[in-house]
Ligand binder design. Structure first.
Ligand SMILES: Cc1cc2nc3c(=O)[nH]c(=O)nc-3n(C[C@H](O)[C@H](O)[C@H](O)COP(=O)(O)OP(=O)(O)OC[C@H]3O[C@@H](n4cnc5c(N)ncnc54)[C@H](O)[C@@H]3O)c2cc1C
Length: 305
């Protein structure tokens, strides 16, 4: 069969889009590789009525909601999608194919961590990136910001809202100018020079052997959308203006892309998006895809009359 819509990626954006489409009585299939970006986190915060829900439980609840409205979910990874007369053919990693009239791409981003030993295994627990996701939970603790770009300045000032104990590790990558030095002093931020060589339970290890104790660390990741699938569709991956990574820019706030019949929503289109805004973007894209199908069906009915 040809689905009205295949949603590629079953995180908050994709599942929300699928619910909107199912509720619009559309046939919809979600293909999901099952690796949401926030998987390492204990719970989701800043999501009204879902505060603290573990990401896996959120996915289970979301999948059940999609199925309640007739949507189907297939575990797997889409590797390419190509245009056909009816719309698109999506090929999965296991070699199977599915067809759709429209596509909603909600594949998210991957966080590339700085190449510092000890960060990966602590990621999402004591190595953090977003104060709005974790700040409240770690308020009042010793926070270390490891600079990997000049954006560390922003982080050093911001995290002072949650604790008075902020240390900025310059890590041989960021040198504050005199104005920034004044700002850091005024906010009570401790600045530590030297390259960070590793992180362990004792502290942040510097190239000269110094170990600085911490409770929680903050790093800026580079956010990158997956490659092959997007390229096969002709979607443009470009640098995000924030400097935080790459994304697929939509043509308008509904998620419509420059590739006819393809919408994007969630982190793939907005790397700064949180769970609730990604879910909202998915709902919007789902509704707009339904409207687009209605328009096409109306035109076909007029032509046939
Ligand atoms: C450690 C951490 C903690 C966070 N905590 C919070 C928080 O507390 N509150 C908050 O609001 N935000 C939080 N975030 C941000 C949150 O993770 C994102 O806003 C949200 O995941 C974006 O949803 P999404 O649907 O766009 O992408 P994702 O949730 O990443 O979902 C994308 C899905 O698509 C799948 N996929 C990818 N490629 C393919 C493919 N080719 N074929 C099939 N499936 C594919 C993936 O496996 C995944 O299941 C956190 C992020 C991190 C890294």
């Amino acid at each position: 069969m040809t689905y009205d819509v295949v949603v590629i990626g079953g995180g908050p954006a994709g599942l929300s889009g699928a619910v909107a489409l199912g509720r619009a009585l559309r046939t919809v299939l979600v293909i999901d590789a099952g690796e949401p970006r926030n998987a390492p986190a204990d719970g989701i915060h800043n999501y009204l009525t879902r505060d603290g829900v573990p990401p896996a439980e959120y996915a289970t609840l979301g999948r059940a909601e999609v199925r309640r409205y007739g949507g189907e979910i297939r575990d797997g990874r889409a590797v390419t999608a190509t245009r056909t007369e009816a719309g698109f053919q999506v090929t999965l990693a296991d070699g199977s194919t599915v067809s759709a009239r429209r596509l909603l791409v909600t594949t998210g981003v991957t966080d590339r961590l700085p190449e510092i030993p000890g960060l990966r295994e602590r990621w999402g627990h004591t190595v953090l990136h977003c104060p709005y996701c974790h700040g409240y939970e770690v308020r009042g603790t010793r926070i270390g910001i490891i600079a990997t770009t000049p954006m560390a300045m922003h982080g050093a000032l911001l995290w002072g809202q949650w604790t008075k104990d902020v240390t900025l590790f310059r890590n041989d990558t960021f040198t504050p100018d005199p104005d920034q030095e004044r700002q850091l002093r005024a906010r009570g931020v401790t600045v530590v020079s030297g390259r960070v060589t590793a992180v362990d339970d004792d502290g942040v290890r510097l190239a000269d052997g110094t170990v600085v104790a911490y409770d929680n660390l903050v790093v800026q990741t580079r956010m990158e959308p997956g490659g092959e699938l997007l390229a096969s569709l002709g979607l443009t991956v470009t640098e995000h203006p924030s400097g935080a990574g790459a994304y697929v820019p939509a043509e308008d706030p509904t998620g419509r892309t420059a590739v006819p019949g393809v919408w994007v929503a969630g982190n793939v289109a907005d790397p700064m998006g949180q769970v609730i805004t990604s879910a909202g973007a998915g709902t919007m894209a789902g509704a707009m895809i339904n409207a687009d199908l209605v328009q096409a069906e109306t035109a076909a009915a007029v032509a046939a009359s």
